[in-house]
Write a new protein. Structure first.
Length: 277
């Protein structure tokens, strides 16, 4: 009997998962080296969809000490995949301290001070000798390249294809964009995104916001809002030129399919259900 590969991947989300990486992984904090290793793991705690690094304790260049402060409450940002599957998955907005596996927290101590609860030693015997580090607490390099947002998932891919389809974006009856020169971005387990030339977007109707986000595959995004609708807050975005992998969409503008009326070749597209709905 044939197996749909995505079902294998999503079926593992409730489990503690890891995958070795051959890349040189380094972390620092305010100029202080924290770890330098060629034996890191990419690690997903149960219900997590994005990985963090687990590193050999013997490669740490900082000390692990008992937490100086009590644990704070962590707000979960949970969602369900649009294709069904496991409920209660945690997106990257859920802080590192929201652990879903058994283990022990530590402060990471350096001469300049300690980073609270930024390390986690899992109880799993397959991960003995490894400690998980809070990605957001440190600055990271793979080999000599900066990594932002979270480590890249080797089972997650971004592909961009040019399209001559007639694409129209509207909200509350107002056309915000219309093009036949879109770049279509296909990303694992996410809806296709339509990236449009700025010349085909009604930028006169949009207002740039202060919101910024980062993606480890595409770079840093800035946002626009359409103030003519209650649904128009931070509704469109564009990525910078940080990563060569996403060169085809640099400078182009995309809208959240989840919150606009997207018409492709005359057919109104259903609004997908995602964490951004």
């Amino acid at each position: 009997m044939a197996t749909k590969l995505s079902r294998l991947l999503t079926g593992a989300f409730p489990q503690l998962r890891y995958e070795p990486t051959t890349k040189r992984v380094r972390a620092s904090f305010s100029g202080n080296a924290v770890v330098d290793t060629r034996s890191a793991y990419l690690l997903w705690e149960p219900r997590r969809v994005t990985p963090v690094y687990a590193v050999p304790e013997q490669d740490l260049l900082a000390a692990l000490v008992p937490p100086a402060l009590p644990a704070a409450a962590v707000e979960e940002h949970a969602f369900r995949l649009r294709s069904g599957g496991s409920p209660g998955l945690l997106d990257p907005g859920t802080a590192f301290a929201g652990h879903t596996a058994a283990g022990e927290e530590f402060d990471v101590a350096m001469p300049s001070g300690a980073v609270p609860r930024a390390a986690f030693r899992l109880e799993d015997p397959d991960l003995a000798g490894y400690v998980v580090l809070d990605f957001a607490a440190f600055q990271w390099l793979e080999d000599d390249e900066e990594i932002i947002g979270h480590p890249r998932d080797p089972f997650h891919r971004v592909d961009v294809r040019a399209s001559s389809a007639d694409v129209e974006v509207a909200l509350d009856g107002v056309t915000l964009a219309h093009t036949t020169a879109a770049q279509l971005l296909y990303e694992t387990m996410l809806p296709v995104r339509y990236y449009l030339p700025p010349s085909d977007v009604r930028l006169d109707l949009l207002q740039e916001s202060r919101k910024r986000t980062v993606c480890p595959y595409k770079g840093m995004a800035r946002y626009w809002s359409y103030t003519g609708s209650d649904q128009g807050d931070n509704i469109a975005w564009s990525y910078d030129r940080r990563f060569r992998d996403a060169a085809q969409i640099h400078g182009l503008i995309s809208f959240f399919n989840e919150r606009v009326d997207l018409t492709v070749n005359g057919a109104l597209q259903p609004r997908p259900v995602t964490p951004w709905s």
